[in-house]
Each structure stands twice: as C-alpha cells, then as structure tokens.
Write a protein that binds this ligand. Structure first.
Ligand code: ZN
Length: 270
C-alpha cells in the first residue's frame, strides 16, 4: 500500500509535468473507483490550467481555478505521465489529457483509490478533521503529549490515529517506536513529554529518509519517469519478529495491536 513517502514521491515526480500545463480532456473508463467519480469532472477540468499539485495526508490535489481534483492511490494505484498515444491496458481507469500531447494516467487494479472533486474555497469531507502533517512544525512532542493525556489506547494505535497526526502507517509507527525506545503496548497517556519529543523526532526522521530515498513498499508502484519507485526499506523492527534485535540481540517480539502486526524489543522498548 502506498504510504505517505510514496505519495509525496509521486507528488514531487508529477508536479513539474503538471504545474502550468493545461488539461485538455478527461477520459473516464469506468464510472467509479472506490467511490463514484463525479461525472462533472469531464466538463469542469478541460481548459483548466493546473496551478499546483499538493498533498494532504495520503491525498493528492490538482488545483485549478474551477476546483481541485482529489486523488487517492488506495491499495494499488499509480499515476504516470505518458505520451497520449500510449496503449491503454486493463486497470487504466482515468486519463487526464495534458496540452493535447500527454496523459496523466491513473491505474488501479484493486480500485481502492478514488478521484473526487473539491469545489473552490471548500474542503472535501475526507480532508476535514485530519491531524497535522508529520513533517510540519505543527507536529511535535508537545502536541503528542497534550493529545494523549488520559488515553488508555496503546501508543502505537494513538500514533496511527489520523486525527492525531496523518500518514504514520503501520511500518513507520513500528520503526519510530523502536527508534524512540517506546513499547508499542504502553498506554498513550503513560508516555512522558520527553519521550514523545523523541518519538516525534523519530517519525520525522524516518519519513524524511524514506521520501529522500523515493521509498515505497508497493511492488507495482511506478514513478512518473517510469522507473520502479520502491526500495527495500532497511527496517529495524517491522517484519522481523523472532529475529535478533539490532540493538541488543535478543529476539524481537511480535503481537497484534489494533488488528495490525507489531514487532518490538521487550528489552529496548519500555
Ligand atoms: Zn533490543
């Protein structure tokens, strides 16, 4: 599944191909993905110039004067800029034609992604109530500490709550907790301010590193220049249950928290 670093990598790859360019046509090869595609997109987008390509959480927004196309890659989606003559394959569900010469092609075999519409001046309901971006100054240890007081849920579940901070998926939560030395099972309300400062710093460091490496865990993710955009993250904890802890050598423990597999070191993480 594309995580925040993959979506940000996609955004950075697409922006130079889209910003300042005009959408001259829209081809919808099916009426829906995860949700119905608003049919008015076919009338609203042609003739519009893409002012900016933004990311909020794991959503991409293509901003125009008429409004913003709101995209999510779901479990298996990818976006590529291709010559308009490129043959269409199965699962190529949407084309936005750019300057009549190229297309932004949205491919999504499992169709958990979406293409929706956000009118000018409005915020789509999917984007309301989201917490801060993890790489922004609004996200830090003090925020985590304040929000977590009185919370009994495990700190890992808390960290993955999109109302607390967006885009910290299972892999990144496990890695950040390992780096900060915090047990994923600990109640969120029982983590000190100092340790939340370490945790916020670890989240930022790990996500920034993954973005820098163009990282993704998605096998069939293709970056806009056609090269595979994924790499094997060098993970300390995630997916390594039973293996030796990289710090102390004791076997890493594994359990399910909030229906998600979790690996941690019972010695290094308290
Ligand atoms: Zn250890």
């Amino acid at each position: 599944m594309p995580e925040l670093p993959e979506v940000e990598t996609t955004r950075r790859g697409l922006a130079p191909h889209l910003e300042g360019h005009t959408i001259t046509g829209v081809t919808l090869r099916r009426p829906d993905l995860r949700w119905p595609i608003p049919p008015e997109i076919r009338d609203l987008l042609p003739g519009q110039r893409v002012a900016s390509v933004r990311r909020r959480a794991k959503y991409l927004l293509l901003d125009t004067q008429a409004g913003s196309a709101l995209l999510h890659l779901g479990m298996s989606g990818s976006l590529r800029v291709l010559p308009a003559s490129t043959p269409v394959k199965p699962h190529d569900h949407v084309d936005l034609v750019l300057d009549g010469r190229r297309v932004l092609r949205f491919t999504d075999p499992r169709r958990f992604g979406c293409l929706l519409w956000q009118p000018p001046g409005e915020i789509h309901e999917l984007l309301r109530g989201l917490g801060p971006e993890p790489l922004s100054d609004q996200f830090d240890g003090d925020t985590l500490f304040a929000l977590s007081r009185g919370r009994k849920a495990p700190v890992k579940t808390f960290l993955m709550d999109q109302a607390v901070v967006v885009g910290v998926g299972n892999i990144y939560a496990a890695e950040a907790l390992f780096e900060a030395g915090i047990s994923p099972l600990r109640a969120a309300g029982r983590v000190s301010r100092d340790r939340y400062a370490l945790l916020a710093a670890a989240v930022k460091r790990i996500l920034a590193y993954a973005i820098q490496r163009g990282g993704t865990t998605l096998r069939d993710f293709i970056s806009p220049d056609g090269e595979p955009g994924y790499f094997e993250l060098e993970l300390s904890a995630y997916g390594r249950g039973g293996e030796p802890c990289p710090r102390c050598g004791r076997p890493l423990r594994q359990a399910t928290i909030g229906q998600r597999a979790t690996v941690w070191c019972g010695h290094c993480q308290k």
